[in-house]
Design a protein around this ligand. Structure first.
Ligand SMILES: Nc1ncnc2c1ncn2[C@@H]1O[C@H](COP(=O)(O)OP(=O)(O)OP(=O)(O)O)[C@@H](O)[C@H]1O
Length: 315
């Protein structure tokens, strides 16, 4: 449905997005995660056709954004980070205007506005000028305009930004509801948001895509941590059935063993233990590696910070 290839974008000489590629299938909810300034909004702007990439391409349903922006944008809903809402306008008038901009007219337009208003719980606020609404309701107006016309792809930049816990819960329910009909990519720096809503996480760090992983795979984990007296066990362990790679960690005798897909960690663990003990070495620790979004995010951020530091020293 969405294919992003080698996307890059600079602001002046600063590279905000650097060679990012990923693909999203129909019906997925994907979270784009990253620290402040990681490049999420810049990526979202390019996905929506609002900003042109310096290099790379965005294809939606086989159409290239560079050549078919108008056509693609008709089937796309976008909630930008700071949606310019016209404060003096009543909610109903604003949505009527937004629907017309999307090319909706006549009965279709009325039906779509009604649907968006109901989906976002905006019925009691229809006649209220936008500048009298709370932040949560303004955000709902933003989502309502994004879902007008039943877009097949929804791009939501920080949809729960600034919402209180109740509003956040309601917004998540709304996104889940919308995802029954549409593919959703949402950006956030809130890990729980991705945990609660998404099938997959993309983590950007310093403009680069550092992680692209399904959350159930992430939760299942597929690696072992080993501590042994064997000084150079790497090669021997790599030869064990089910072990994909055996990398030494910083401390001597510590290894991280990545397992091949479909390998049962218990079976591989037993073979690893037998190889260590059978070779006359001591086995101090062997356990599945605990992986969660938070530790992965921390790892990626630390790596990104080191990389930034190295770049600034080199400059
Ligand atoms: N118009 C611009 N001109 C210059 N630099 C910009 C511009 N827009 C963004 N940047 C810079 O590009 C980098 C990426 O910004 P971007 O807004 O994409 O990050 P983000 O991950 O969305 O951050 P946040 O979570 O704070 O919204 C940042 O360092 C930012 O300062």
């Amino acid at each position: 449905m969405l294919k992003v290839s080698h996307l890059s974008r600079c602001y002046g000489t600063f590279k905000a997005v650097d060679n990012v590629s990923f693909a999203i299938g129909k019906g997925e909810i994907v979270g784009l995660l990253g620290h402040n300034g990681a490049g999420k909004t810049t990526i979202m702007k390019m996905l929506s056709g609002y900003l042109e990439p310096d290099a790379g391409s965005v294809c939606i349903d086989g159409l290239d954004m560079a050549r078919h922006a108008k056509q693609i944008q008709r089937g796309l809903g976008y909630l930008p980070e700071n949606l310019p809402l016209y404060g003096e306008m009543a909610v109903a008038d604003y949505l009527d205007y937004a629907a017309a901009l999307k090319g909706l007219a006549g009965d279709d337009k009325i039906a779509e506005i009604r649907r968006a208003i109901r989906a976002t719980g905006l019925v009691p606020k229809l006649d209220s000028p936008i500048n009298t609404l709370s932040r949560g309701f303004r955000q709902r107006v933003g989502v309502a305009q994004a879902i007008l016309g039943r877009p097949r792809l929804l791009i939501l930049d920080e949809p729960t930004n600034g919402l209180d816990p109740t509003q956040t819960r309601q917004m998540r329910e709304l996104i889940r509801e919308i995802s029954r009909e549409a593919t959703v990519i949402l950006s956030t720096h809130i890990l729980q948001e991705v945990d609660a809503l998404c099938d997959r996480a993309l983590i950007v760090s310093a403009g680069r895509l550092a992680v692209d992983e399904k959350l159930d795979q992430l939760r299942a984990g597929n690696s072992l941590l080993l501590e042994t007296s064997a000084a150079k066990a790497g090669e021997k362990l790599q030869a064990i059935d089910g072990v994909d790679s055996a990398g030494p960690l910083e401390e001597p005798g510590h290894y991280r063993l990545a397992l091949k897909e479909g390998t049962d960690p218990r079976t591989a663990g037993a073979a690893v233990a037998a190889a260590i003990v059978g070779g006359g070495d001591d086995l101090y620790r062997l356990q599945p590696e605990q992986r969660d979004l938070e530790s992965l995010f921390r790892q990626v951020s630390e790596a990104g910070a080191t990389q930034k530091e190295e770049l600034s020293h080199a400059a």
